[in-house]
Design a protein around this ligand. Structure first.
Ligand SMILES: C[S@@+](CC[C@H](N)C(=O)[O-])C[C@H]1O[C@@H](n2cnc3c(N)ncnc32)[C@H](O)[C@@H]1O
Ligand SMILES: [Zn+2]
Length: 272
């Protein structure tokens, strides 16, 4: 269990705000604070978005049961306590599977990946050259727009994903399609894909807040893109304007209901 510090303020006990433990609140004033807390207002704003539908993607599968004694269980003092219960639950679940079942699952993932992407080594160097030759700033912009040195690792990963999309024909008719990057972080993969698929709509999804250098480049390119701050668990595609096609008059108007345009989901290092 993670223990939060408790402070005393002129004899009044202060506890971490349950909505945002970065600040504390006088315990006896908690109910009042909750109504006024900026985190509460932010949450309300987020929940009012058309692309928010609580837990719409969580499915109906069985819940992962936390084994109290398992490594990473609720009492664990692991290396990253901020990873929170969900990461601890996943770790506990993986440990609880046992080696044989885990290896079987890993083999299924590899087989599925090879079925879709082919077993051959990526011609990554070729793809990297192809990406760097693009007119925009995609991979190269990571070097110029951030203070950290150019990351060859990330560039190779972006090149590989763009190459797979191309090989599978998923960059064709890009103007008709939208690309949705889940766990987009700073958005460089989305930017690289958008540069390889001119005219495409791009939706960047992440529950976190970031500096947004890739968004700046996308704006400069006048790309059709939107960044949505939402947990994937709660993401409702029908509420994302760039994913809709049709008149938009919908049920209240005379026109046909807008439908979803074909969209392609992407992710790189989607974890957290
Ligand atoms: C390791 S970072 C990778 C960022 C970027 N895709 C990259 O490759 O550099 C993982 C990102 O996924 C986001 N993420 C993880 N789980 C998420 C969820 N359930 N909903 C939305 N974003 C999520 C995190 O906020 C984080 O920005
Ligand atoms: Zn608060």
């Amino acid at each position: 269990m993670i223990a939060f510090p408790v402070f005393f303020d002129f004899g009044r006990k202060r506890i971490p705000c349950p909505l945002d433990p970065q600040h504390t609140v006088v315990e006896s004033e908690l109910a009042l604070h909750i109504k006024r807390c900026p985190a509460h207002r932010k949450q309300e704003e987020a929940e009012a978005k058309a692309y928010y539908r609580k837990a719409c993607n969580t499915g109906s599968g069985p819940e992962v049961q936390l084994d109290e004694a398992a490594p990473g269980g609720p009492d664990a003092q692991g290396p990253d306590p901020k990873a929170g219960k969900s990461a601890a639950a996943r770790l506990a679940h993986a440990c609880g599977m046992g080696q044989a079942r885990f290896l079987e699952l890993a083999a299924r993932v590899v087989a599925a990946c090879e079925q879709v992407c082919g077993a051959d080594e990526d011609p990554v160097e070729e793809l990297l050259e192809e990406l760097e030759a693009l007119p925009g700033e995609g991979v190269a912009s990571e070097r110029s727009a951030s203070n950290r040195p150019f990351s060859a690792k990330h560039a190779r990963q972006q090149a590989s994903i763009v190459g797979h999309l191309r090989r599978l024909g998923l960059l064709e008719e890009a103007q008709e399609r939208a690309y949705v990057e889940f766990g987009a972080g700073k958005g460089y993969l989305g930017l690289a894909v958008r540069e390889a698929a001119p005219g495409a709509a791009l939706v960047l999804i992440d529950r976190g807040t970031f500096t947004l250098p890739a968004d700046r480049v996308l704006r400069k390119m006048k790309a059709r893109f939107e960044r949505l701050r939402v947990d994937i668990a709660d993401f409702e595609p029908r509420g994302a304007p760039l994913l809709l096609q049709g008149s938009g008059l919908g049920s209240s108007g005379k026109g046909p209901e807008p439908s979803l345009r074909p969209w392609i989901a992407l992710g790189k290092h989607l974890c957290g």
